[in-house]
Ligand binder design. Structure first.
Ligand SMILES: [Fe+2]
Length: 159
């Protein structure tokens, strides 16, 4: 039997395996708790993602208050995987925060593209000329994704 980590329902190999059962509030607490080992905190990021509810999505958004840029970046990434519109206001805030780590902002931009709400396009346009290429390029990709999803080619893929 292989000891390799399993593929998630999102087709990715998570860096820390999600829990099968537990409470949203307990998982949420650890996101910003520096006493909890990072592996456990990361497990809870993926546990909340798999829960998939609006409550879990908003609990994940509290992870942006964490001191760890790594954890904040992972939160932004899984919010893109979840594709839940409840995360949009927080992701817009994170993308626009000039004090936030560039990789967190990059993931927030890509998550906004992945959520697929076309009304967010003008927000992304504000950053296509941003001096940091991680931000300008991510917004360009996210805009192109939104446009592609509206295109004829997307209709053909969907059949
Ligand atoms: Fe990334």
């Amino acid at each position: 039997m292989s000891n390799k980590p399993k593929l998630s329902q999102f087709g990715s190999v998570d860096p820390a395996p999600p829990r099968v059962d537990g409470e949203i509030k307990d998982w949420e607490f650890t996101l910003t708790d520096n006493e909890t080992p990072m592996f456990q905190r990361m497990r809870n990021v993926f546990s909340l993602r798999n829960k998939g509810t609006n409550e879990a999505c908003l609990a994940l958004c509290t992870g942006f208050e964490s001191d760890s840029a790594l954890l904040r970046h992972e939160v932004a990434y899984v919010l893109g995987q979840m594709q839940n519109e409840a995360a949009i206001p927080k992701l817009v805030e994170v993308l626009g925060d000039e004090n936030e780590h560039v990789m967190v902002r990059h993931e927030a931009a890509e998550a906004l593209g992945a959520i697929g709400d076309y009304t967010i396009r003008p927000v992304l346009e504000q950053y296509v000329n941003h001096p940091l290429p991680e931000i300008s390029e991510s917004c360009e990709v996210a805009i192109d994704l939104l446009d592609w999803c509206k295109s004829k080619e997307y209709d053909e893929v969907e059949g």
